[in-house]
Design a protein around this ligand. Structure first.
Ligand code: NAD
Length: 316
């Protein structure tokens, strides 16, 4: 079982009751899933068995696209990418490939006038992310970037505990196994951790960043020094090596107390990808106020801009 299966629920473990594909709902959004890895399988699973009564019921999965030639997945057939781009009954694409090919896929589906939900990070550089948002606006479609790390129960408890406290300094140290090729520079593949810091402490700036690597041991450690807008220092470490346990360690020093552990809270009833699906579909049906979408966009672009700066500093 992979890390993802453990953390987010394996697609093979669920889905006993499935929705008939292409049912005669009005105003349904025909959807295609691009990239048939862990995330792509979860997207199909969730669209086939959406949370009853939620806007996630608005999706009708029409097929999946893969570079490999695959058999039917969970009852869904593979279709060529050209078909996915041109079919009028396909309105939405879920981009679930490895990070390096997000950009091209997102652009292609936006160009074709489809709404896009892309797994984080949208791109592996900031400039193209700005271009893609502009393209979505020009085409009048929704561009949504998944951020399930903001939806976990433990994160939300941590955020509640931090609220109102005055930070003096802090560290977020992530450890995990090595990534497969195509997931990009650590500042981008680890954008979920950076997003936590930005969501907790607001706009940040980068003061220093280094990357230690030992390819013989598949070891990498990125250390980033950040400052909050109140000039409080934060350190973000991304460390990967075979057999390193996947975990996040925190040490946040506030004026009143320190927090050294992420609260341990039971998982919620609704899966993280399902929550994201509901959020995306709510945007499609106009239930998310533009201010909220704008705040998300600003946060996403700020994180990608920081990731860009971090990469440049590490490579200079
Ligand atoms: P994955 O390694 O399972 O799949 C990535 C890509 O590799 C997919 O395009 C898939 O089709 C392809 N692939 C998988 N197995 C293959 C094989 N045997 N041969 C050839 N190609 C193969 O990665 P993933 O976990 O699904 O991640 C995809 C995206 O989702 C990434 O952008 C990631 O950051 C994001 N994401 C994943 C999770 C998660 O829990 N898995 C959580 C948040 C975000």
């Amino acid at each position: 079982m992979t890390d993802c299966c453990v953390e987010y629920g394996c697609p093979r473990e669920r889905n006993t009751k499935t929705k008939q594909q292409g049912t005669a709902f009005h105003n349904m959004f025909g959807a295609v899933v691009v990239g048939m890895g862990t995330a792509g399988s979860v997207r199909i699973r969730d669209m086939l068995a959406p949370l009853p009564g939620s806007t996630a019921e608005k999706f009708a999965v029409k097929g999946f696209v893969s570079r490999r030639s695959l058999e039917t997945q969970q009852g869904v057939s593979q279709i060529p990418v050209e078909e996915a781009l041109s079919r009028e009954d396909i309105h939405v694409a879920f981009i679930c490939t490895e990070n390096a090919s997000h950009e091209d896929n997102v652009r292609m589906f936006l160009q074709a006038g489809k709404h896009v939900c892309v797994e984080y990070p949208m791109t592996t550089n900031n400039k193209t992310a700005v271009e893609l948002w502009d393209l979505a606006q020009e085409k009048g479609v929704i561009l949504h970037e998944e951020h399930i790390e903001l939806l976990t129960e433990d994160y939300n408890q941590l955020k509640r505990e931090i609220e109102g406290k005055i930070l003096q300094e802090g560290t977020l140290h992530f450890t995990g196994g090595p990534l497969k090729p195509g997931f990009g520079f650590p500042a981008f593949s680890g954008i979920a951790r950076l997003t936590w810091l930005v969501d907790l402490f607001g706009k940040l700036s980068v003061t220093a960043a280094t990357l230690e690597e030992d390819s013989a041991k598949s070891y990498s450690k990125m250390t980033v020094k950040l400052l909050t807008s109140e000039n409080r220092p934060l350190t973000w470490i991304e460390e990967r090596q075979p057999h390193l346990p996947r975990s996040k360690n925190i040490h946040f020093q506030f004026e009143s107390c320190s927090l050294t552990q992420i609260p341990s809270v039971p998982r919620g009833k609704v899966g993280l990808f399902m929550q994201d699906l509901i959020h995306f579909s709510a945007k499609l049906v106009g239930q998310v106020i533009p201010d909220e979408s704008q705040r998300e966009k600003v946060r996403i672009l700020h994180c990608l801009e920081l990731a860009d700066t971090i990469q440049q500093l590490c490579q200079s």
